[in-house]
Design a protein around this ligand. Structure first.
Ligand code: AHR
Length: 513
């Protein structure tokens, strides 16, 4: 393959990454909470019942915000069920995932877990089966200091200080017919606006996320965002986006091209939000919260919602990620970085066991899935100023299959560069990090990078995630089959050259002299 070039310049900037770009998500779904982050009988459990081995991996993964309690779950959730004395908490039929919810973990335990992990909480309210009144009551319970029924109830439960939760989601995927209490855009826009109004009266410091389309392929996409934002524009700071990349078609080149559809989705939502701003004669800019993104297909169709006997924490959606999945996932990280000017929050869905970078055995060990590594790179090294990259790379064309929506869709993806890149300059760390995805399955890539305005660069570290078998996975018995290795082919002088293996995710960290 011919040589590829990347040119970047210190002053040619996309934007600053927000800390919240590197978030994740935990839902009452399968073994994400129970047997995932929370397992009081586990040998590593803390005094609060949190799995210590999972906390250790979470610190290595370094998510910055955590969305909770759903997802589909939140649209049928009574937050009151999950607070107060354990013996009084009800067991409920949970209709999103057809399980029994024991409610031994709830809002206060979530806050304690976030504090233990050093993560900012992001709480979702139920605007499916419930509405503004419950949202206002939850806000009073969580964020009001004392002297009222619900704030004093929290104190009587053992949490003297208010939780001070800043970031809130106004429901989840309300546009989806599968959602409990799904709504039209007008119905949701009105309910979201009223909930936002009441919540902000209690705590004006909160930041709110309005529900956007649950996928770019939804038949209501576009109309939904416009109508919802017309109702909520002055009350919210964010609109949400969700995407799960898939390889149903067993077409690896198309799968690896599919993160570029996230770029298109983001750019379309920005245009719609800014068009509403123009209609309203406002110069306010609504930011984007990409609060569900991941690769998910093996356990998505069929398996997800069929089970008998209403089990507690059944092992569902336990997607085993391969090398190929880590590459598509890395492409999504690059798409998010390259829109750091408007995507100011994002959540990898999810964190443990259910479509997750961390797997556990209940009572047993915890280990890293393949997608763990690109996320850890993205979060630990991706903070700073994202620079524009001018890329010269051969391209390919493909068609991507997307099953959600009224009909199965095929998105043509013309002219995808084999090389997908993001570059982040951290003035604080005195470093530039280059994230490079080589999507060519057969050939390595010789890349030459010119970094204008950075006269004295030196190599700090370079790693590659590559495996000859694109189906290779990490399992309980072979936990490190796929893991990053040093990338030895990098040289740094007045320009940087590197040879990237075929089908690889690469990270080059350069010290700025
Ligand atoms: O993350 C799994 C599910 O995907 C979430 O509960 C829902 O919001 C989405 O459809």
């Amino acid at each position: 393959m011919r040589d590829m070039t990347v040119r970047l310049s210190r002053n040619d900037v996309i934007g600053e990454t927000n800390e919240r770009l590197f978030g994740a998500f935990i839902e009452h779904l399968g073994r994400c909470i129970y047997g995932g982050i929370f397992e009081p009988s586990h040998p590593t459990a803390t005094d609060k019942g949190f799995r210590g081995d999972v906390l250790q991996l979470v610190r290595e993964l370094a998510p910055t915000i955590m969305r909770y309690p759903g997802g589909n779950f939140v649209s049928g959730y009574n937050w009151e069920d999950g607070v107060g004395p354990l013996e009084k908490r009800p067991r409920r039929m949970e209709l999103a995932w057809l399980s029994t919810e024991p409610n031994t973990f709830g809002t206060n335990e979530f806050i304690d877990w976030c504090r233990a992990a050093g993560i900012e909480p992001m709480l979702a309210v139920n605007l499916g089966t419930r509405g503004p009144d419950e949202a206002r009551r939850l806000m009073e319970y969580c964020n009001h200091p004392s002297g009222t029924e619900l704030s004093d109830l929290r104190r009587s439960h053992g949490w003297e200080e208010p939780h001070g939760i800043r970031l809130w989601c106004l429901g989840n995927e309300v546009d989806g017919p599968w959602q409990m209490g799904s709504k039209t855009a007008t119905e949701y826009g009105r309910v979201a606006a009223e909930a936002a109004k009441l919540m902000r009266l209690i705590d004006p410091a909160i930041e709110l996320v309005a529900v956007g389309s649950s996928g770019r392929n939804m038949p209501t996409f576009g109309h939904w965002e416009r109508e919802v934002l017309r109702h909520t524009f002055d009350l919210v700071g964010f609109v949400s986006l969700h995407t799960y990349l898939n390889d149903y078609a067993h077409d690896t080149p198309a799968f690896l091209a599919s993160p570029d559809l996230m770029d298109g989705f983001i750019e379309e939502v920005i245009q719609i939000a800014d068009a509403v701003a123009a209609e309203l004669k406002s110069d306010r800019r609504i930011m984007l919260s990409f609060d569900e993104w991941n690769v998910w297909y093996r356990t998505r169709r069929g398996e997800g919602r069929t089970r008998e006997g209403w089990p507690v924490a059944p092992p569902i959606l336990e997607e085993i990620y391969s090398m190929k999945d880590a590459l598509a996932f890395g492409g999504a990280c690059i798409s998010l970085l390259n829109h750091a000017d408007r995507v100011k929050a994002a959540c990898l869905a999810q964190l443990v066991n259910a479509i997750a970078p961390i797997m556990t055995e209940t009572g047993g060990p915890a280990w890293r899935q393949t997608i763990f590594f690109p996320f850890a790179d993205f979060s630990n090294l991706g903070r700073g100023t994202v620079l524009k990259c001018d890329i010269d790379s051969p391209v390919y064309s493909t068609t991507y299959f997307d099953p959600r929506g009224a009909t199965d869709l095929r998105f043509p993806i013309p002219e995808v560069p084999y090389l997908k890149v993001a570059a982040v300059h951290s003035a604080a760390a005195g470093a530039i990090t280059l994230f490079l995805l080589n999507r060519n399955l057969e050939e390595g890539a010789s890349v030459e990078i010119t970094a204008n305005g950075f006269p004295a660069l030196s190599l700090e570290r370079a790693t590659t995630l590559h495996h000859a078998d694109l189906d290779a996975t990490n399992t309980k018995d072979d936990q490190e089959r796929v893991r990053p290795a040093p990338l030895p082919t990098v040289s740094v002088s007045d320009r940087i050259t590197a040879h990237l293996p075929p089908a690889s995710w690469n990270v080059i960290r350069l010290a700025v002299g």
